[in-house]
Design a protein. Structure first.
Length: 532
């Protein structure tokens, strides 16, 4: 077992019993005081922490209110700006651009009350700062916007007035180029006064606008005057505005355009002159045609006295007739005193003229009538066949008549060979074609009288198609041979050859088979060649 020694305390620690008691009491007091101090310190710290927490809660609430005001205020500010912009746009639509008070009144009477109301809706310090910033931005925005819009309106108004001025002076210059110098001076003074007097156009903008408008307006007026001068006298007008005096108004490209304009005016003048001559000629031709018709009525009248008035002297002295018409009518007057043309000759001539008119699409009615009357005057056409051919010419003057003539021409081009024979012989072919021509016109007339379309005569699908009569017109080979034999036995029965048909008086000798010009005594063989 362990040996535990007894510890002996020192006999004297230097403390007396009474001192130890007092020191103990004092120590206890100090310890108690320390405890109370610690308690007091702990209470003060808790108070500080509570106060700080209260401050933090207040700050959070304040920040929340500011955030809510600013968020709502931002959206409301956007609506306010959009609404004020819309009101200004409506105001400026019908605003007088020359009234300088419109923008100021709008800012003072419309914008400011709205901005004050917007600002008063913010209660927090941060919200008020936000509102003041936006209100100031809105003020600046509307100062700039209203000023710019009124200046734009002023430019538009000035531009419109200047456009009217330019148009009026351009019209004056093009009608009277001598007014140009006065117009140029008027442009400069008028535009300067308009721009300077506008309360919404100021400074550099106004000065630049003035220079631009004066220059562009003067150029337009100079070009108008140039066009007017060229229209009046192409050569002199072009020379005048090609001079250095007008080089600042007319560019090189524009000068080339004026040169082309001068050429165009010259061409147009030539065309107009030709048109006037053609119109005058047509009017004279119409009078002549009417007068010619009166003479033809006299020539065919049943009244002897009226027929007697159709005489060469009356025709030669009637200057309502054209020269060509007088010559033609004189030939017809002479022809009317001679016997009627042989039917075979007239039929052959009719077929020849019908074909000629169809093949010459560019022949005008006057030219066609001359062919017909020349043939009649030469004794190669009877009066009845002349009348039929003239009717053909007159019918072509209407769209309906021309369309029908074209259908008829197409038919005879397709069927002429079947009617007259593959190798055309005038002796036997002309009578067949003549008969077909007459029948075609009879069918057309019958259809018209029935109220039907005359074009049905040339429609292969129609029951009235005249192509069904080709066999009737073409006849037989035996008949053709007989006609040829008869013609060979008596050439004169078919008339003289074409080269002799213009001779006024011609005799034929059956025994010699020769022709004699009774006026000159010249002898021709059956083919028309002169016998030496």
């Amino acid at each position: 077992m362990a040996n535990i020694r007894e510890l002996q305390a020192p006999g004297d620690l230097g403390l007396r019993p009474d001192e130890r008691a007092a020191e103990s009491t004092a120590g206890a007091g100090r310890r108690i005081a320390g405890l109370y101090g610690q308690a007091a310190e702990a209470g003060a710290d808790t108070g500080r922490r509570i106060a700080a927490a209260v401050v933090d809660v207040g700050n959070v609430a304040q920040k929340f209110m500011e955030h809510r005001e600013i968020s709502q205020g931002a959206a409301e500010s956007a609506k306010t700006l959009a609404g004020l912009d819309a009101k200004w746009n409506d105001t400026v639509k019908n605003a007088d651009p020359n009234d300088p008070t419109i923008a100021t009144k709008f800012r003072e009477e419309t914008v400011e009350p709205v901005l004050e109301k917007l600002k008063s809706g913010f209660m927090t310090e941060g919200g008020q700062r936000f509102a003041e910033s936006h209100v100031e931005q809105f003020r600046n925005h509307f100062v700039e916007k209203t000023s710019a819009d009124m200046a734009r309106l002023a430019r538009v108004a000035v531009g419109q007035n200047i456009e009217t001025l330019k148009n009026e002076l351009s019209n004056a210059a093009i009608n009277d180029p001598t007014s140009l110098k006065t117009s140029l001076g008027l442009v400069e003074s008028s535009i300067g006064a308009m721009v300077d007097s506008s309360p919404n156009l100021k400074g550099v903008d106004a000065a630049g606008m003035k220079l631009e408008l004066v220059g562009s307006t003067q150029k337009e007026i100079v070009k108008a005057a140039a066009l007017g001068a060229i229209a009046a006298n192409p050569e002199a007008g072009l020379k005048q505005f090609s001079s250095p005096e007008y080089s600042k108004y007319i560019s090189g490209a524009e000068l080339r355009q004026l040169e082309q304009q001068a050429k165009s005016v010259q061409r147009a003048a030539k065309i107009e002159e030709n048109y006037a001559l053609q119109t005058q000629k047509m009017q004279k031709q119409d009078v002549s045609d009417a007068r010619e018709g009166q003479y033809l009525q006299k020539m065919t009248s049943d009244d002897p006295q009226e027929r007697a008035s159709f005489n060469p002297k009356a025709i030669a002295n009637d200057f309502q007739l054209t020269r060509e018409a007088r010559e033609r009518m004189l030939s017809m007057a002479e022809r009317s005193t001679k016997p009627e043309t042989d039917a075979k000759i007239s039929r052959a001539t009719s077929v020849e003229l019908f074909n000629r008119m169809r093949n010459d699409d560019n022949a005008d009615p006057v030219k066609m009538k001359n062919w017909i009357d020349d043939a009649y005057s030469a004794g190669n056409l009877s009066w009845g066949d002349r009348t039929s051919l003239i009717k053909e010419v007159e019918d072509r003057k209407t769209p309906e008549g021309l369309a029908l003539a074209q259908d008829r021409a197409q038919f005879f081009k397709q069927y002429a060979g079947a009617i007259a024979g593959k190798f055309y012989d005038p002796v036997v072919g002309s009578p067949k074609l003549y008969a077909a021509e007459r029948d075609a016109r009879r069918v057309e007339q019958d259809l018209k009288q029935k109220g039907l379309d005359p074009h049905l005569a040339y429609d292969p699908s129609s029951e009235y198609f005249i192509g069904k009569k080709v066999q009737k017109w073409s006849g037989s080979m035996q008949g053709d041979l007989g006609d040829k034999a008869a013609a060979a036995a008596s050439p004169a029965s078919n008339g003289p050859p074409p080269s002799l048909r213009g001779i006024a008086s011609l005799s034929y000798s059956p025994t010699r088979k020769q022709y004699r010009d009774d006026t000159t005594g010249t002898i021709y063989d059956a083919s028309g060649s002169e016998v030496k």
